[in-house]
Design a protein around this ligand. Structure first.
Ligand code: CP3
Length: 358
């Protein structure tokens, strides 16, 4: 299924560091509440989870931003917490409070009971969404599949939801590192199976979101997050040559570890806006592609300011990448927010394409 190249293959070519006519761009959380058509489909579904679990509706909201903007990739509409949900933790969304688990991990027994879910039964709805989206995209642009990183999933599984200081998950890592590694091991097995199944269902690139790796000290990051990202990069089967689905490792606050991420075996690293793209490009030294990294808050600024920031980011990357724009995928440094103006997204996408034309 993945063997047919998309008509617009800028994104995949940039991830392979091949020449392209313009820098490709997509945005984390490009489908979501800032779009009135998303809010309408979500209202029809009744809840976010009903939306994510219905392949036809998940496909519809995946395509919505692509109908408005000439984005260079689609991203599966789903959530990183589908995996722990399928492991039996009971995902739900309390109004205005973000994600929560009915049965968070509380004991060694809870960890011992964890097993890798079956991808074509317990997570069938995700694979069906991937297949439906591929069919509807009709090879116009590539489809990105994704997963949370083992550490980031462990944060939600142990905290039971979002957290201010990650005290529960860090306490487990400090007090009982063997138990923490046991949990991270089975979650990593699940992440590898999950990404592999999305690739087999049709996803042409794969991104791991290590949203909370940056809350760790360097020693703990290397032990509890990086090690498992490296395992995924080394072990994930993702095809060969032109059919290979590139793997993007995105992390908030991952800039101290760029060299280690660039030699992990992944094809690309995604960074947030707290590092300049020029410095990041110099440090990864053309070993992988780089994705990022406009501060999402830039989208609240005026169109002139947005264009200016896009130009700065594009040129900074080129200056750090030996004068070449190749190997850059433009994105935000983190996801979009519900109160952003869709027109400003249009300004951003157009600015990337215009200002990067070769
Ligand atoms: O990028 C995309 O367009 C694809 C869709 C996507 C969603 N979640 C949809 C979603 C992706 C890639 C995710 C990943 C995700 N989910 C992450 C990692 C990326 C990141 O932002 O760091 C994390 C940490 C989660 C966990 C999660 N899911 C949170 C914290 C929330 C609440 C967000 C909020 O602002 O309320 C969700 C729910 C969620 N996932 C929404 C969307 C569009 C909002 C749900 C709604 O419609 O109410």
């Amino acid at each position: 299924m993945t063997s047919q190249a998309p008509t617009n293959d800028r994104f995949l070519r940039a991830l392979r560091r091949q020449p392209v006519d313009r820098t490709p761009v997509w945005l984390m959380r490009q489908a979501g509440r800032y779009l009135p058509e998303y809010r309408a489909t979500r209202a029809q579904a009744g809840s976010f989870l009903n939306l994510a679990k219905n392949p036809e509706l998940a496909c519809e909201v995946t395509l919505q931003p692509l109908r408005r903007f000439p984005l260079d990739a689609a991203i599966l509409f789903s959530d990183i917490l589908t995996v722990p949900d399928a492991m039996g933790l009971g995902l739900y969304f309390a109004d205005g409070e973000g994600p929560k688990f009915e049965r968070p991990i509380r004991s060694a027994d809870d960890i011992a009971r964890l097993a890798v879910p079956d991808m074509e039964t317990e997570l069938r709805y995700v694979m069906d969404a991937v297949r439906t989206i591929r069919r509807e995209l009709n090879n116009s642009v590539p489809l990105i599949g994704f997963s949370g990183s083992p550490w980031t999933l462990a944060c939600y599984m142990i905290e039971g939801g979002g957290s201010d200081n990650y005290s529960k998950v860090k306490s487990l890592a400090l007090n009982d590192p063997a138990a923490m590694h046991q949990l991270l091991g089975v979650v990593t097995d699940a992440v590898i199976e999950y990404l592999k199944a999305q690739h087999l269902a049709g996803a042409q690139a794969l991104q791991v979101f290590d949203t909370w790796g940056g809350v760790l000290s360097p020693a703990m990051y290397r032990e509890f997050s990086l090690r498992y990202l490296q395992r995924i990069a080394a072990e994930l089967p993702r095809g060969e040559a032109e059919d290979r689905a590139p793997l993007i490792l995105f992390g908030k606050g991952n800039d101290p570890y760029l060299e280690e991420l660039a030699t992990s075996g992944a094809e690309a690293v995604g960074v947030d806006w707290t590092i300049g793209l020029g410095e990041a490009a110099r440090r990864i030294d053309a070993r992988v592609a780089l994705q990022g990294n406009l501060d999402p808050v830039t989208l609240y600024a005026t169109p002139e300011a947005i264009r200016n920031e896009v130009r700065i980011a594009l040129d900074d990357y080129r200056d750090g990448n030996a004068g070449s724009r190749e190997g850059h995928v433009f994105n935000l440094g983190h996801g979009m927010s519900p109160d952003m103006n869709p027109d400003h997204v249009g300004v951003l996408v157009q600015a990337v394409h215009e200002l990067s034309a070769r």
